[in-house]
Design a protein around this ligand. Structure first.
Ligand SMILES: NC(=O)c1ccc[n+]([C@@H]2O[C@H](COP(=O)([O-])OP(=O)(O)OC[C@H]3O[C@@H](n4cnc5c(N)ncnc54)[C@H](OP(=O)(O)O)[C@@H]3O)[C@@H](O)[C@H]2O)c1
Length: 272
């Protein structure tokens, strides 16, 4: 399978199913060559063959468990060394929705390894590679749970809050190097993640459940529009902007040399 494309190659993690597989299909439709990463080689190979036949793009398959350090490093090195790769869809993720109390730290370790460690290391590898190549884009899959701890899964939501903050900081740093970063915050989306995490998609209110194709199409519309944070479900973007304005208003007062008056702390006497 070899074709040339003037467009950057897109590396999609978690491309064997769900949101990642739809991103792969949509970028193939746009004429991008692809690198597909996940653990299930056969599913990746089947998708690669279909996309090659349908769109005539070059699709490479890299089977890797991103919670395994040496396999993760292999993908980091691929991003660093393949000068055609100019877009990373940092999508591979998993959910453990258990309550924290009654769980053990190990119950969440694999999820932290995937959602936080792998996403961070791949993001850093891509940002450095793209900066050297004069530009590129990183799409990070966060979640609305990153801004809504009330809904479920404290550790999962925490991992996605990390992805959101990391994305925004990396975008701020990357802009000067031509590297842009988009954080995508899906709400509940119909994929295998629900079954994989021991939940049931059938138990969800259909009114809150989005079709995976609609989710990716909206996220890509946000990407095309230059959004740094995309919340596909949110009807009125002014609601996000209001939250953002309130956050920015806090900035000048988040670090001061005296505690706020409401705490009644007398400022420490300065050493003579
Ligand atoms: N669906 C939702 O409701 C929803 C909502 C908010 C955010 N998200 C986020 O969106 C992203 C995609 O979710 P999804 O719903 O599409 O999930 P999914 O249907 O369960 O697919 C997850 C993908 O990640 C891959 N993956 C899982 N563990 C991996 C590992 N250790 N190493 C490499 N690849 C691995 C899976 O492939 P293999 O099994 O072949 O490795 C699969 O391709 C995730 O980051 C998720 O947290 C999803």
């Amino acid at each position: 399978m070899t074709t040339t494309s003037s467009k950057p190659t897109v590396l999609v993690t978690g491309a064997s199913t769900g949101i990642g597989a739809v991103y792969a299909e949509r970028f193939a439709r746009r004429g991008h060559n692809l690198v597909l990463v996940a653990r299930d080689f056969q599913r990746l190979e089947n998708l690669a063959n279909r996309l090659w036949e349908q769109y005539g793009v070059n699709v490479a398959v890299e089977a890797a468990d991103l919670t395994n350090r040496s396999e993760l490093e292999r993908i980091e090195q691929l991003i660093a060394s393949d000068k055609h790769i100019g877009v990373l869809v940092n999508n591979a993720g998993m959910a453990v929705s258990k309550p924290i109390i009654g769980s053990t730290p190990d119950d969440f370790q694999q999820m932290i390894d995937l959602n936080v460690t792998a996403a961070t290391r791949l993001g850093i590898a891509a940002a450095n590679a793209f900066a050297k190549r004069g530009g590129g884009a990183i799409i990070n899959l966060s979640s609305v749970l990153g801004i809504a701890h009330e809904i479920s899964g404290g550790v999962y939501g925490g991992s996605k809050a990390f992805v959101l903050n990391f994305s925004r900081a990396l975008h701020q740093e990357g802009v000067a190097h031509g590297v842009r970063v988009q954080a995508v915050l899906p709400g509940a989306t119909r994929t295998e993640i629900w079954d994989r995490s021991g939940g049931s998609v059938a138990a969800l209110d259909p009114a809150i459940l989005m079709d995976v194709h609609d989710l990716v199409d909206a996220a890509l519309a946000g990407f095309d529009a230059g959004e740094t944070v995309t919340i596909p479900s949110l009807p009125d973007v002014a609601d996000w902007q209001a939250l953002e304005s309130a956050r920015v208003k806090l900035l000048p007062n988040l670090s001061r040399n005296t505690p706020a008056a409401r705490y009644g702390v007398k400022a420490a006497e300065k050493a003579a």
